[in-house]
Design a protein around this ligand. Sequence first.
Ligand code: ADP
Length: 550
Amino acid sequence: MIQYICKYTPVELFAGFGVECIRREPLVNSFELADGASHQNLCAFSRALLEDCLQNGTGELILVNCCDSIRRVYDILKEKGDSPFLYLLDLPRCDTTCARKRFALELERLADSYAAYSGRAFSAARFHTAFSPAHSSPASPTQPYLSLLGARAPQALLEALQHCAPLPLQNDTCTGGRSVSLPTGSADNLWEAYAAALLGQTPCMRMTDPSGRRRITENPRLRGVIYHTVKFCDYYDYEYSALKQEQIPMTKIETDYTPPAPGQLVTRIEAFLETLPDTSLQTGEGETNNMDQTAIFAGIDSGSTSTNAVLLDAGRHIIASSVIPTGARAGESAQKALAIALQQAGRRKEEILRTVATGYGRSHIGAGRQGVTEITCHAKGAFFLDPRVRTVIDIGGQDSKVIRLDETGRVTDFVMNDKCAAGTGRFLDMMARTLELEVSRMGEIDRGWKEAVTISSMCTVFAESEVVSLIAQNKRTADIVHGLHQSVATKIGALLARTKAAGAYMMTGGVAKNEGVRRAIEEKTGEPLILPEEPQICGALGAALIALEG
Ligand code: ADP
């Protein structure tokens, strides 16, 4: 069986030899072997492919000279010499008459090499039947749809996205939508016709003239783009930057071919999907006139660290709220937080007309309407508390987010931290433990700082070593704490820059209770942060508002 990585690979040619081709999909947990064999700035896909081949064997593999990274992988695998058939296809960078002729020769060369290696005979009849309708051009979508665009995406990611997308998701990445059909009557010059068919596909960004890609983004039924890039793959970063100037709703995700942090990824995508015009949850005021005016509405935010509940009456007044630790069982904590709020309001569970759950544990709560992300909920809660807010900075236990709003309260953009804990509550919790402090005291301790101390490492593990060595140098606790708060603010500053954030700014989430972090962030924003009375309930408040709006 032949394995390949690129949509320009002539899989029909191998069908002519009676051999099946499959796309190689590396998904690795580490790059240990790859990093031992090469430098680390290969693109993440090439590193993963190399790691996979070094771990599991190369097999029969066709590579394409897409970029220097793939050429490097080819060189390393060639030298290793464990592949029975390893071939680097020389793909032209354009689709001109000359390029087609050159590529036709290359296809013949590949056919000759494979025949010599395998001893198999090429059958033109088998070759022609490989161009069945299943292999031909996919119909242009006739219904509203979303596009996964950009660089190749791992299959697991594609499936996860298709699972949570409210509209059909088309795979328009460089490996998706392979469409090769051979024109009838091309028997005279078979290889040239085949070369033309392969080169005539929607171009990938490696081609000199990628303007044919406009047909993807100019389809009037396209409702939004999830743009996928691979770490250190430059081709698609350029296209992303260009598309960003246009009006297409778009979010970017980057993978490195290690298993993704599923909760965070799904939250990020769902939040983006919630911002799309067809699926928006954000602008509805809901019909409350005909509603039973004694009804109450619940919002529950099941976070990584705290579980929070808010109850609203039909007049949009907060009648009770609670904040409790999430602990090991998200579902039980949600019920407990709700029970505390009900008790506080003197109401019964049966009086709740609707409940909406948000936060990481939202799918385990069993509320009526599931799956509203904390991004939409924090935005909604923040705008309700103060309609001047245009940027929400939410720092919770597990992640930090910057959310941009327009003057109607709609989410227009958002960014989150990546997998690592830098710039989150967890980072501060760990450092407080190292310093033998209560995290709730860090803000007031920061007030006493005198000497600027820089914690330069963004990685929590390295930052902890830095703190340990600062303790060993007898640095004052207040100075170290101040340095840690500066480090969190630096991370947030980068998120603010990425969204081109503008005031007024509101800070939500548990870390907003830390005045030291607030001050450090205010130095970045250049203006005071709006602080809700209880910043931890903002997500639950947004969820309760969505419940009220039905
Ligand atoms: P999540 O939504 O992920 O459950 P929260 O919004 O509850 O997270 O924030 C939890 C974080 O807030 C903790 O990790 C801690 O660092 C910080 N935090 C909570 N309470 C306080 C406090 N009183 N003072 C300072 N920081 C706090």
